[in-house]
Design a protein around this ligand. Structure first.
Ligand SMILES: Cc1cc2nc3c(=O)[nH]c(=O)nc-3n(C[C@H](O)[C@H](O)[C@H](O)COP(=O)(O)OP(=O)(O)OC[C@H]3O[C@@H](n4cnc5c(N)ncnc54)[C@H](O)[C@@H]3O)c2cc1C
Length: 401
């Protein structure tokens, strides 16, 4: 029979390119649904750097059926307060304990730990990542997708029914699908550092400081560390202790000591503000940073990708197992692209507010935020947006019928 012949010739139903947090999550969803998938990454092993450090309430909700949320919560640090400040002035405060969610907090956890939890779950479910395997070329055929993959073992062409680009900002899958990544790049870079420091302002709160010199975030991490994030025009590749201390001195609180004693990890990255014009072209799909890239203000990037992966995984499983018609694959873009646009808007507003220049404009901004901060509906809306709960509907597939 035609269908059987086709199945025999395919290596897998879903080829996932990229084993970052988004690809790992997608693989886990498919594995649990009983769909055959193959996940590969050009790296020799998973990345072990800190990068995205917050997991929001809505992400924890959508990851719960995969059995990873409890592990993440166990290893992370729960924080319930988020404040916007200008040096010593507290402009606006959010209390996440009021969130309408089982997870009424921000969960601070370095990205390498998050990826480790996902990889362990995947391995326990019997799925292995093919590390050291680089996608070189991809093409849709009338029966599926052909992908040329290079590894130490040589070159092979893998055949799949669908392929998903979880291959990050410079996605080859996106280019192969002929999908533009529309948007722009910010002039600033972001500096990130995980540090030990003497800090007299507690470990119960994430603080976002506005300053004419740029934004500074101070967030507690597990193991007594702090994550510092700052915008900087000409940031060094690997900011050192003196660079990080200078940022704290120039932008942080003037009262109370803030003295960095050790930089465990630091990095710099350029900011982009882009969304893929489409999330699907035929049998090719985009998830995570391959589909959207934006400022880390508000910590939304990885979170949005993880929700993308859960939605697309469920949809592909439903279609491949006959519960939905193939035409419903368009639901993925219909739900998730507007969610990314909302996230981009939020991250852009926070970044622009943070870097307002000129004393008069700063005073106006601060007064406006102080007034807005007194209004419960405004605070509530901002909490829902930051936690992702405002975008719950964008993760809910319509009934399969
Ligand atoms: C230095 C740095 C700091 C960051 N800090 C923050 C932060 O503070 N907050 C925040 O929200 N976000 C932050 N981010 C962004 C966050 O890390 C990303 O949103 C997240 O990693 C996206 O996950 P992903 O799985 O979509 O893509 P990625 O994590 O980029 O994973 C893509 C994977 O695809 C693989 N790949 C690419 N091309 C190919 C190919 N041709 N063949 C095979 N494999 C391929 C790559 O090796 C990689 O492992 C930061 C990113 C960086 C680089």
């Amino acid at each position: 029979m035609n269908n059987t012949t086709r199945q025999e010739k395919l290596d897998t139903d879903v080829l996932i390119v990229g084993a970052g947090p988004t690809g790992l999550t997608l693989s886990l969803v498919l594995q649990r649904a009983g769909v055959s998938s193959l996940i590969l990454d050009k790296l020799e092993t998973g990345q072990n750097t800190s990068r995205a450090a917050v997991i929001h309430a809505h992400t924890l909700e959508v990851l719960e059926p995969l059995g990873v949320t409890a592990d993440l919560v166990r290893q992370g640090l729960r924080i319930s307060r988020f404040t916007l400040r200008d040096r010593d002035d507290r402009l606006l405060g959010l209390d996440f304990e009021q969130l309408p969610s089982r997870f009424s907090h921000l969960l601070m956890l370095p990205q390498d730990v998050t990826e480790g939890v996902l990889r362990e779950k995947l391995a326990a479910a019997g799925q292995r990542v093919r590390w050291g395997s680089r996608l070189e070329w991809l093409q849709q055929t009338d029966r599926g997708v052909d992908a040329r993959v290079v590894s130490r073992a040589g070159v092979e062409v893998l055949r799949a029914r669908y392929a998903v680009g979880a291959d990050g900002m410079h996605s080859l899958v996106r280019q192969s699908a002929g999908i533009d990544f529309t948007g722009s790049s910010y002039a600033d870079s972001f500096v990130l550092a995980d540090v030990d420091m003497h800090w007299e302002h507690g470990r119960e709160e994430v603080m976002l400081f506005f300053s004419p010199a740029g934004l500074l975030v101070v967030a507690p991490l597990p193991d007594g560390r702090f994550r510092l994030v700052a915008t900087l025009d000409d940031a060094p590749d690997r900011p050192g202790l003196a660079d990080v201390q200078a940022l704290l001195d120039a932008r942080g609180p003037t009262r109370g000591r803030a003295r960095v004693s050790c930089v465990h990890w630091s990095s710099r990255f350029r900011l982009h503000h882009r969304v893929a014009d489409r999330y699907r072209n035929g049998r090719l799909f985009l998830v995570g940073d391959a589909a959207h890239a934006h400022s880390p203000a508000g910590g939304q990037g990885m979170n949005t990708g993880l929700v993308d992966a859960c939605v697309l995984g469920q949809l592909l499983a439903d279609v491949l197992q006959g519960r939905r018609d193939v035409a419903q694959l368009d639901e993925y873009e219909r739900l998730r692209r507007p969610a990314a646009e909302q996230v981009l808007g939020l991250a852009n507003r926070l970044t622009s507010l943070a870097v307002v220049r000129g004393a008069a404009r700063r005073m106006t901004r601060n007064s406006m935020l102080r007034v807005l901060g007194l209004l419960p509906p405004v605070r509530h809306r901002l909490q829902l947006q930051l936690s992702g709960i405002a975008r719950r509907a964008a993760s809910e597939l319509p009934d399969a019928a």
